[in-house]
Design a protein around this ligand. Structure first.
Ligand code: NAD
Length: 514
């Protein structure tokens, strides 16, 4: 099967092939391997994505190496001009990107714009890189000796992203990597790869030299190619925990710097003094937004009795009224929630509800088997609410990644805290209460990387850093913020003396002292 650039139809079934972006241009694939891309709302195959072979992987990395040699020689002000141009173009044309995201991911358009806005924050931060990449200077550390540090780019860096944020997650990394003088090879999810190609075109328009932003489409072969290449200096990965662990171990074994963000199971602890209408609104927003396909989605509400019955009734009322449909909207306007990414994933989510039921949980609202009129082949799954889920059930312990919210009832704050701390993940969590002392204790004792106090999805702003604990992040570097700038640079410390012949001390074989 011949494959082509982004817009050339495939002669066998007349759908376009989404190819690579190498050397500042669409690059057709000749691997003969592709994977289908669906519109999840219709179930239709709308395109295929190229899956790189070894030659294409090598070509992408070699181009990035050339791009790095050019880009790292650009002055700070020239680099900054390109970043500002990219920022302006992105802001002006973000609705195009949102449409691409909705068409391949399924999330509603306003939510796609929301993910772009959170990515733009990192672009904004990156435009200020000269301030953030300044080294330090200490004068006269010893007589006539100065010490200063400089931060240099790593070289070619790899970014591997998941399907659920095809624009935001890449933007957690590449603006900072590029601002710092690196060249990026981006390996998007094969389920929604077009956003990255659109972003690559935007970089070109912004004046980025060819090869500095490369898109390599592919599957495990492409990922392993990046992990094993001696040219690739670092890997930034976001995805499921088993793959994050594989990436961390393999990249480290190959001598690379690596940050690997994994899956999640985020709990919301509700204390009896909380405003239950506010909690119900927030639990619905955080549990069902993007059909639950967010790593910071709330998937378990831990209700400290006696509030559970009342809270469940309020959540159930709200989700029965959610409008499910094509995220692109239509004559009825935009729905609240779109479809899941694939039929395979929809069936997996459904199987978790079956497991919960078999394990004795109560299915309060059941989203299994939902269809949407006019879109009968879409990958639909309705909002689902599960009460009394046993904490021994796999449906409680594992990440479901769908619009399924489970309730666990506890009798004390301590029981709730212990439950949250006993899980394998530590990405995000939230507490809802009006008791400042309890919130402060929660913040101090919970074993989770990102904490919301009456905030259900506590994704930090760009100038802090994003990352979980435990099986939600492998490595010691979070995404973006100061940690992002550290990750994408290497520091050199220079100790310098300009000799004054009049003060030269002559021969002395002792170890240098102050
Ligand atoms: P995934 O792990 O299946 O895929 C992520 C990336 O890894 C993709 O680019 C994919 O092509 C690649 N990949 C998949 N299998 C591979 C293999 N065997 N070897 C090498 N590479 C492989 O994840 P997904 O389904 O695309 O995304 C959903 C997951 O991502 C969820 O678990 C979610 O919690 C997680 N996620 C985490 C965060 C976070 O910040 N912690 C953010 C977003 C998503």
């Amino acid at each position: 099967m011949a494959t082509h650039g982004n817009s050339t139809p495939l002669d066998t079934d007349s759908v376009p092939i989404v190819g690579h972006w190498i050397d500042g241009n669409h690059a057709p694939s000749h691997s003969g391997r592709t994977a289908p891309i669906h519109n999840p709302a219709t179930g239709a195959v709308t395109a295929h994505v190229a899956l790189a072979d070894d030659g294409e992987i090598a070509a992408a990395i070699a181009s990035a190496q050339r791009g790095f040699e050019t880009w790292s020689g650009y002055s700070i002000s020239k680099r900054q001009t390109v970043l500002f141009a990219f920022r302006e173009l992105l802001n002006a044309r973000k609705s195009e990107l949102a449409d691409i995201i909705t068409a391949e991911h399924g999330k509603v358009t306003s939510d796609a714009l929301g993910e772009i806005a959170r990515g733009q924050e990192v672009v904004d931060l990156a435009t200020g890189f000269p301030q953030l990449l300044k080294g330090g200077y200490s004068e006269n550390v010893s007589t006539g000796i100065d010490v200063y540090s400089i931060k240099q780019p790593l070289g070619v860096v790899g970014v591997i992203s998941p399907f659920n944020f095809p624009a935001m997650v890449p933007m957690w990394f590449f603006p900072i990597a590029i601002a710092a003088g690196n060249a990026v090879v981006m390996k998007p999810s094969e389920k929604d790869p077009s956003a990255s190609i659109w972003l690559a075109q935007l970089w070109k328009e912004a004046g980025l030299p060819d090869g500095v932003f490369t898109v390599l489409q592919g599957d495990k072969l492409a990922v392993d190619g990046l992990l094993e290449s001696p040219i690739v200096q670092s890997i930034s990965f976001v995805g499921s925990t088993p793959i994050a662990q594989y990436i961390y171990e393999t990249a480290a074994r190959n001598g690379k710097r690596v940050q690997a963000l994994g899956g999640a199971k985020n709990h919301m602890l509700v204390l009896p003094d909380a405003d239950l209408d506010l909690v119900a609104d927030q639990a619905v927003n955080a549990g069902y937004g993007a059909a639950g396909e967010r790593c910071m989605a709330i998937s378990v509400v831990v209700a400290v009795e006696p509030v559970a019955d009342e809270l469940i009734a309020k959540i159930a009322d709200r989700i029965r009224n959610l409008k499910i449909g094509n995220g692109a909207g239509g004559t009825d306007g935009e729905p609240d929630m779109g479809p899941l990414i694939t039929d395979v994933h929809r069936d997996k989510v459904s199987s978790y509800v079956d497991i919960a039921e078999a394990d004795g949980a109560t299915i309060v609202v059941d989203g299994r088997g939902l269809t949407v009129d006019g879109h009968e082949d879409g990958f639909w799954f309705g909002p689902t609410l599960i009460d009394d889920i046993p904490t021994t059930s796999r449906a409680y312990q594992e990440e479901i990644f769908g619009p399924v919210l489970s309730i666990v009832r506890v009798t004390t704050f301590q029981e709730g805290l212990d439950l949250i701390n006993s899980g394998m993940f530590g990405n995000g969590t939230a507490i809802f209460t009006n008791d400042g002392g309890a919130a402060r204790r929660f913040q101090n004792e919970v074993q989770v990387g990102m904490i919301g106090i009456n905030v259900p999805i506590p994704v930090p702003v760009a100038y802090h850093s994003f990352g979980g604990w435990k099986a939600s992040l492998f490595g010691d570097a979070k995404a973006y913020g100061a940690q992002g700038f550290n990750f994408f640079t290497r520091e050199k410390a220079v100790t310098s003396r300009w000799l004054d012949p009049a003060k030269h001390g002559g021969i002395n074989l002792g170890f240098p002292q102050n």
